[in-house]
Design a protein around this ligand. Sequence first.
Ligand code: SF4
Ligand code: SF4
Ligand code: FES
Length: 472
Amino acid sequence: MAKCTIDGKEVEFTPGENLIKVAKRAGVDIPVFCYHPGLTVVAQCRMCYVEVEKMPKLQTACSTNAAEGMVVKTTSEAVKKGREGTMEFLLLNHPLDCPICDKAGECDLQDNSFGSGSAYMRHSEERRTYVDVDMGDVIQKNMNRCIHCTRCIRFGDEIAGIHEMVAIKRGNNIDITTIDGKQLQTEYAGNYSDICPTGSLTLKDFRFKKRAWMLKKTDTVCEGCSKGCNMEIQHEGNAIYRCVPRENLEINKYWMCDEGRFNYHYTQDPARILNPVQKVGAAWSKITWDQGLSALKSETNAVNTLFLLGTDLTLEEMSAIRETVTRNHKNAKLLSFGTHGVETSAQDKSQDQILKMKSKTSNLMGAEKLGIEALQGKAKADVVVVFRGGRAQLPAIESKKTIGVGVFLEKEVTSFDVILPGLAFTEKDGTVINHQGKEQRLKRAVLPREKCKAIPEVLMLLLNQKTREVLA
Ligand code: SF4
Ligand code: SF4
Ligand code: FES
């Protein structure tokens, strides 16, 4: 394998790899702004300067590929001076906004200024200023903080497949904007905020809600569709503040869609049912878990019972339900439901040739692997019991009694009789299988809310009257 030397360490590389990637393997971090591994290389910020033996000038590591025998220095005096010059230039117009900027604490400009900037500045002119611009539902722009790295422009063109961000005017008057000042159109706009190395493109949903360093992070998987994008839930005090994509080159690379990013909101919706309830007239009335379980037990003794299982549940939940139904309700039927019009994985296709899939649940493939057939059309039975994670689209139901176990909002269950509240995907561990057949783990980020219980626990309590008595 070819080898080069970085800061005295010999490193192997694959031809075509740039110095940033190769240096990383040698444990050397080269500061960058315009470079992003998921976008084309433009080498325009000049932050990644390195010294390469036998080359007279400093080189940009993002646009220089490693070569056999190459000797690279990343900490020499010349490199230090070059990077200081870049930082001084980039900060000419940057406001002292860190105390009120959402990016503070996770900002490349802060980090690179601290790591490679100079303590002095020769600049004495007035800084240019722009007014904030509302770019649509997702992004608010603060052009004062922009360093013209063009990551956002390249993201639109190369990943979101839409040429909507451009640079107009030049030099000190440059403006990074949408064409004709239109609102952003892409359904992947949240990524603009992730890749902006400064606080220029901020996520409206997160603005001024929490300082980045206060957030705890949990690695999990998005439940928004069968793609299974890897993501991180950021939370504090049992409340979720933000979801961001996690790198997985085989699934979502570095990105996620807005539908998945903001999907978590329903788990914190004030209209989510968090206590066992039963319908009295047209209103919901709180009941105890024991009363709810007794209702579930007596109703499911009916001869004609249909159990429905959402394809938004984990494999563990699905197996527990299948086990309970096959052992204890021999005459009952068990069918799955998830997305109207996408009952089987054969009908599940890419929705937009980017990430989004047609199946709007995370585990359609899991239900199929467990041999659970899909409901076709209306759910018809004397008693229908619906197990649901919170995302599966409810089918039309025709029954004398309908009982829900899992996550439901009040407006979704006007025709139900009893609800036993369960855990959302943010509150449980489990396994899901994406449309490629890859098994992935959901991880619990926040604790269950109020009286919500995990489905396996509900099933265990249902079967075990004695345990219920002890717990009561
Ligand atoms: S808005 Fe952000 S991503 Fe776009 S050019 Fe400016 S600094 Fe770069
Ligand atoms: S494409 Fe699907 S899995 Fe990925 S972020 Fe969007 S909804 Fe979630
Ligand atoms: S990161 Fe290399 S020039 Fe911008």
